[in-house]
Design a protein around this ligand. Structure first.
Ligand code: DAH
Length: 347
């Protein structure tokens, strides 16, 4: 560059380039990049102009410098103004996009709660724990001995047909009853024994009131002089706590290989108070569990002297109690996790 005329042309064309260029710029980020093509200290076009100073005759240097500085200031102010207005618009847009309408009703966040089967199971544990029972949790896979043989149900015993068993091998099976826990406990503890054994049990059985997997709670007491009266007394406490103070129990003769005598325990109908309704099928009583006095053979199988000790045992279906308590007529409703159902079943 030789003279000021040439400089003025350059200045005008840069100004024009800036004025037209910014019209295409859409946001502050693009503006920043565009600004750099003019004002970057290394590659910027305006700074490049300054470097022409060395080719300018001395007497023109001051004027040259002044003009380039004016251009620099003009461009600086222009870019700053644009940057400020773009950033303001961008912030405004962001506030708009991210605006929270605090007057809107909140999305309802429902809180989880315990499943009815768990509630009843916990309630049973509370009731019997208050009578001094310990909890023993057995295993879901059992061998034939604990599930059947030791419970006085040898291989060819007809009572094996009472429960359709899932066998895993000739020796192992999915326990069909928590009664197997009785044997484990009696093998490992000396009387007095007072245990409660909750857990899942499995049977090939499937209809409105039966499921291949369900929950049982076993009770076992072994001590000197245990009789059916102890059993009845404990179960009376249980039904009153679960179904209400007005309820009572009655024992009916029944048969289980591991108890002698065996009983079926009915609770007086909590729906009609015993006068007869649909729930109790007009009888005033509802069957709730099986129980009995531990068969001497079972005590002997566990090396407990049946002349010195006697025991009581009971086994209750937790789902059955939950269905009665909450008025559910199909056991599947307890497993489908349908919130419309579960939300209705509260304590
Ligand atoms: N185990 C029995 C069943 O699953 C229930 C049962 C009946 C358990 C009588 C007991 C009992 O402990 O004494 O059908």
């Amino acid at each position: 560059m030789q003279d000021l005329n040439e400089l003025r042309d350059s200045i005008n064309s840069i100004k024009e380039e800036i004025v037209n260029g910014v019209k295409e710029v859409r946001n502050s980020k693009a503006l920043y990049e565009f600004k750099k093509t003019f004002l970057d200290s290394k590659a910027g076009k305006i700074n490049a102009l300054m470097k022409e100073m060395k080719n300018i005759p001395n007497e023109l240097k001051a004027e040259f410098g002044k003009n380039v500085n004016e251009l620099k200031n003009w461009a600086g102010v222009k870019f700053d103004e644009l940057d400020a207005s773009m950033k303001e618009a961008e912030a405004k847009q962001r506030y708009e996009d991210e605006k929270i309408d605090i007057t809107m009703p909140a999305v309802k966040c429902s809180c989880g709660k315990l499943h009815p089967v768990t509630l009843v199971k916990n309630q049973l544990i509370d009731i019997f724990a208050s009578m001094g029972f310990d909890v023993y949790e057995g295993t879901e896979i059992e061998n034939d001995y604990y599930n059947f043989t030791a419970l006085n149900t040898p291989q060819d015993h007809p009572a094996r047909d009472m429960q359709d068993t899932f066998y895993l091998s000739p020796q192992f099976l999915l326990r069909t009853q928590t009664s197997s826990g009785q044997i484990h406990v009696m093998e490992n503890r000396k009387p007095p024994i007072k245990i409660l054994s909750p857990g899942k049990v499995f049977r090939s059985d499937d209809d409105a009131t039966h499921s291949p997997m369900f929950t049982q709670m076993e009770g076992l007491v072994v001590d000197k002089g245990i009789t059916l009266r102890d059993l009845k007394g404990m179960l009376e406490v249980m039904v009153k706590r679960i179904f209400g103070e007005g309820t009572t129990t009655r024992l009916r003769p029944s048969y289980f290989p591991f108890t002698e005598p065996s009983v079926e325990v009915d609770v007086s109908c909590f729906e009609c108070g015993g006068t007869g309704c649909r729930l109790c099928k007009g009888t005033g009583w509802i069957e709730v569990l099986g129980a009995g006095i531990v068969n001497k053979k079972v005590l002997e199988n566990c090396n407990i002297d049946s002349n010195e000790y006697s025991g009581l045992a009971f086994g209750v279906g937790v789902e059955r109690l939950a269905m009665l308590k909450y008025g559910i007529n199909n056991i599947k409703l307890l497993y489908e996790s349908d919130l419309r159902v579960l939300e209705q079943l509260d304590e």
